[in-house]
Structure formats: structure tokens, C-alpha cells
Design a protein around this ligand. Sequence first.
Ligand code: SAM
Ligand code: SF4
Length: 362
Amino acid sequence: MTAVALGLPGVRPDAPPEHAPLPAGRPDVPGLVDRFGRVATDLRVSLTDRCNLRCTYCMPAEGLPTLPRDAVMTRQEIARLVGVATRELGVRQVRFTGGEPLLRADLVDVVRDVAALPDPPEISLTTNAVGLDHRAAALKDAGLDRVNISLDTLDPDTFARLARRPFLERTLAGIDAAAQVFDVVKINAVLVRGLNLDHASALLAWCLERGFELRFIEQMPLDADHAWDRSSMVTAAEVRAQLADRFELAPDQAPRDGAPAERFVVRPHGGGAALGRVGIIASVTEPFCADCRRTRLTAEGAVRSCLFAHTETDLLGPLRAGADGAELADLWRTAMWGKHAGHGMAEAGFVQPARTMSAIGG
Ligand code: SAM
Ligand code: SF4
């Protein structure tokens, strides 16, 4: 569903969203439309702000104050809000994230409830996989379609330095279990200069051997330590250069279709049969905001139109106060209508959001 298909006034099919004129008010068209003609169909739901790792690019060593239990959406509230998103707002894909979603004891039930919605969305999970070995099969049975697992290195010492916990073996056990039951396993990696930049090719080789699609994510300024620095961040161009020591990458000709990752076909040096694909998510240096299709719910049931938004719209309060589906949908649509054209990282005066990645839901 596009803005043009929706008949949004003033939006040309070829207009980059940054240049679309602003209609005066929110038009009466269905779906999560914003002022720049984008339509959000992909929902990220944070299930918790807690985590059992302390990745340097995400959380401080000492952790963060966590939400009180009754401030976090219950299983029933998650299903209710996801139901509003799918039934009334055109959302087609739901990804559960956090914090670490596996820390929720009711995760399998959360998935089952959403899978039981009428006209259910595609359901995926982003996880560090610690403990996934015990739950992968139950999650699959409950209706989980896909998993994305975060793994930045195969070296136990580097893992322990990056995640500040010595849990590489537990993550690998979770990945093994996921590979047994899910058709698609994607691996997410963040490269940090001086820690795992030179591990990139080994990680890619390991993923290709197992049929996993690896995606490198540029580090974004969402760390609690506010230590992010554009000049020291590992860029997508550097990732490509790093991988060139062992592989040849050619842009994948398949349409990107709103996906954050730019995909490449991987071949060994000197050519030969394709070994698989790799994705690079260049959120900082090659932003894809113009084609963003995402909307987010925090663990406490607030809509964020963007990772880098400075405002949120509470839905859980109104839900608990008795708001019906139409009222919740209207609040959600208003929140998305205010979405900014881009994250603004390249602009002078960019201010990092107060919340970290773990608290927003990555
Ligand atoms: N705990 C789960 C995990 O690590 O997969 C889910 C939540 S985590 C916030 C989701 C994804 O965000 C992970 O792949 C992680 O590597 C990524 N991430 C965290 N902080 C980031 C940052 N500052 N920049 C880019 N990606 C980040
Ligand atoms: Fe936890 Fe995921 Fe953040 Fe690492 S990236 S600290 S695993 S929420």
C-alpha cells in the first residue's frame, strides 16, 4: 500500500518523501500514513527493557533501571494492540524484540496469541539466543515464522568483552536449536573498531557454511554511554572493504522493497558459484528513511514513529482506561502522522534520544 494508492493529496509517485508537500491535516485515509507519504506496515514490539547481556553499543556495564512489572504490557495487552495494528491499520509484519525477549517467561504464549489473531501477521523475533535452545521448538509450534539472532564474533574472549558476559557457548547453542526448526535464520552483527572489525570475514564464512544470512548493522548513536562517535564508527564501506579480503561481493539484483539491508551476492575470490548472500544495514552512512515502513511499540505500550523520535504516544494507558480499537487506532495514526522525514544524524544539532536501544526495542 503506497501513499499514492491511498490517494494522499500532493504526493507524486516519484517524489522522495523528504520533498513531499505537507498536507494541512491528517487526511482520512486508512493505515499508518505519515506526512511524507510513507505507510508503515512493519511493527516492532519491545517485550521487555531487561537484558542478560550488556553489549557496549547498547547498554552500560551496570545495566539500566528497569520498568516496574505492572508498567510493561501483559500478554493480553500485546495481542490487543497488535490486533489493532493488523486489523485496523494494515500492519503485516510483527517483530518481537527488546531488551531480550527470551527473558519473558510467557514469550511462547505471546507468540501464540498473536498467531491466533484473525488474518495473522508474519511473526519474527530478534534475540541474543541465550536460552533459545530450550524454547526454539515451542516458539515454532506457537507460530513464530523467523528468527534474527545477534552474534558479533565467534571468539569467546571478544564476545565477553563486547557483551560483557561470557555467554558465547549459550548463544551458539541457541543458534543450533533455531537452525533445527526454522527455515530462515538471520544473524545480526555490529562491528566495533578495535574489537571485532577483523572478525567480519570469519563470521561471514561461518554463516555461509550453515546457510544463515548475515547482516552487518552500522552502529547507531543509541548507546547508554553516549560514546558513539561518527568518525570512529565502522561504516558500511569499511565492512565491504573488510570482507573483500576473502570474498567478492556483487549487489543483489532483487528489489530491496523497503528492506533496511542492502544485499550482496557473495562469491569466493576469483569468482565461482555464489556462496550465499550478505546484508549491510547502513542506517548512518546510507540512510533508508525515505522508504521506512516501520512503526514501534515500546515495552510499556507507547508508539514511537522512529528509533530517533523524541516523543512517544501512550496507548497502554488509554487501553487500560477502556479505549476501544477505533480510539487506539486513531491515537496510533496521529503518532505516525508526526513522523519526521529522517533521523537527522547528519544534521548539525542532532540530539541522541534519551532512551537507549535496549529501552526502545531494536
Ligand atoms: N536483545 C536482542 C538482540 O540483541 O538481538 C534484541 C534487542 S537488540 C536491541 C536488537 C538489535 O539491535 C541487535 O541485533 C543489536 O545488535 C542491535 N543494536 C543494539 N544497539 C545498537 C546500536 N547502538 N546500533 C546498531 N545496532 C544496535
Ligand atoms: Fe541486550 Fe540485545 Fe542490547 Fe545486547 S543488543 S545489550 S543483547 S538488548
